[in-house]
Design a binder for this molecule. Sequence first.
Ligand code: NAP
Length: 291
Amino acid sequence: MAKQPLIQRLCVIGVGLIGGSLARALREQGAVAEVIGSGRNERNLRAAVRLGVVDRYDTDPTRAVAGADVVVIAVPLGAIEPVLRAIVPHLAPEAVVTDVGSAKGSVVADVERIYGRIPPYFVPGHPIAGTEQSGVEASFATLFQKRRVILTPLAETDAAAHRLIRKMWELTGAEVVDMGVRHHDAVLAATSHLPHMLAYTLVDTLAQMDDRAEIFRYAAGGFRDFTRIASSDPRMWHDICVANREQLLEMIALFAADLERLAAAIRHDERDAILTLFQRAKRARDNLYLD
Ligand code: NAP
């Protein structure tokens, strides 16, 4: 007898890079019987049907979630609260809800504002995978393979709901880890949010210069590597900035102080200090596991 799929009806609200890639991966694994998409833009949703990412769609999320056993909210952070507020009265009684937002404190606060508590069926999550592209056309089934997915379950989270979402991500080829909400936001501020701020700011600084055409003409590999992420969706990163304000500001302050120390070393011709910094950073970078 054929194995029962893990999920009978999956509803993905926000069928973009992350939501689309998750749906594709689960379909490839035969882990889902039916996928319903939702979003505001019919063109994107029609493309999702054409590409076989979803079976059907409904632009009204309150209808899209009907009868779904798992609902994945994969919209920008600033849209999570209104989406969740709208769908709550329409969820199936046994539905498990999760999200993929890049900051977790703000999502938990959204959920608490809506419910006045944390409902047991809500499992906050964040796949540590992505590209600078957006939309369903950019999605692909292998995006999460060998990547980490962080879940930040709370004391109130139902163990079976947590297990289901863990299993769902494992089926995409990801390694799933649990983390506290604050710890997640601190770690991501350092490793993802700060680097995006640096890339956006560097490109913007150079783009404001009078001789920018000349500058960009001679941009080589290092500049391209460093600034690739400045092509990421500005709205999404605006939302992440606002959502993880406190932790991000701490990291910006730390980095600004270190950059100022480097500037002082350059100003005062402290060659040993400069070399020591570069050697320490190279050692750390060379020892990192980064693929
Ligand atoms: P994306 O490709 O732009 O997809 C987001 C989708 O959400 C779009 O298809 C959009 O469709 C829909 N959407 C936007 N605003 C909406 C609203 N107000 N109501 C309903 N649907 C809305 O973005 P993504 O990269 O998949 O990011 C989605 C989430 O994943 C974000 O919360 C982000 O923080 C998180 N995340 C991103 C990455 C990454 O590297 N990209 C990595 C991990 C986590 P319509 O235009 O049709 O509404």
